[in-house]
Design a protein around this ligand. Sequence first.
Ligand SMILES: Nc1ncnc2c1ncn2[C@@H]1O[C@H](COP(=O)(O)OP(=O)(O)O)[C@@H](O)[C@H]1O
Ligand SMILES: [Mg+2]
Length: 332
Amino acid sequence: MRASADPRHPGPSLPATYLRGRRTGWAAAPPEVQVFVQGQLGQDVLRCEDRVGGMSTGVAAVVHGSTRSLFVKAIAHDDNPVGHELYRREAAVAARLPALPHVPAFVAEADVPTRGGRWAVIVQEAVDGDPVRHPWSRADVVDVLDAWQGVAPVLHTTSWDVSAEVGAFLRGWRAVHDDPDDLWSELLRPWRTRLEEMDAHVDGSALHPPVLGHLDLRADNVLRDDRGGVWFLDWAHPGSTAPWTDPAVLLADVVASGGDRLDGGEVDVSGLWRTHPVAGGVDVELMRAVVVGLAAALHQRSRQPDLPGLPHRRSWTRAMAAGLRPFLLRHR
Ligand SMILES: Nc1ncnc2c1ncn2[C@@H]1O[C@H](COP(=O)(O)OP(=O)(O)O)[C@@H](O)[C@H]1O
Ligand SMILES: [Mg+2]
């Protein structure tokens, strides 16, 4: 396990917008899970590193053998049925996804029976690198968008029959808009037309035909390796969506992190959208409406009680909504 001074174990120095919470350590995984992983590694586990980041509470660890390293996610059904269900879904999706550049190769998955109940386990090739930090730097955003340009052509030509239902998620903005007791209702009024326009296209439309998307591009789901390479992690929620949803969701994370130049950060978010090929020349207002829709939907969730399986969701959604709020005001 890494010490907290290690840069790959960033600990409490990260801002509240960076999604992470307490996770089960590799050492606490039952022997049956450890044996399964060791079998995939094909050699003894000599060392392990628990990783930081993500919504779920399960194990996220890199295990090292003498010549190979694997990344492991694992969660107990009895401790966290919601998380277990999500990992099983992610495992099923991993088997369907094509091999993608900038994505760690899938190795194995199983619902491992243990003495204390079933554990959902997912094993991938490990990436030797650090997650992107908050606030986003300009170099990280540009490199990550450039790398996405390498993923998108393969992803966008993969046929996929299930919608990511991003529109249904973002439609949380309507409830906030229509609630006179919510202070954000007033903030959303000038956005209504643009949000409705975004709503009409975000799941794909005749004008913006749907493609397969990742839908969860955030700093904690992106790693930089030691040679500066970019890796996209955590394909738990892919589905069909408009081709510009992924880069727009990523820029929402940049804004929430304080990375926008207009919040004192390094990134000209709107300028980057207008000039980077990843946006495909799509109107900047559609990107902005995704950012605002996400802000409102997260604000709405921050007012709901925590779900038992996702104990840090509420504090994270509150921090994200607060980080995105100035964007709503300055572009209204
Ligand atoms: N293939 C990998 N190699 C090395 N570290 C990884 C790998 N995949 C994920 N991680 C690290 O583990 C963390 C949690 O993994 P992730 O799949 O995003 O879990 P969650 O579903 O809980 O968000 C990531 O934020 C990252 O730091
Ligand atoms: Mg994650």
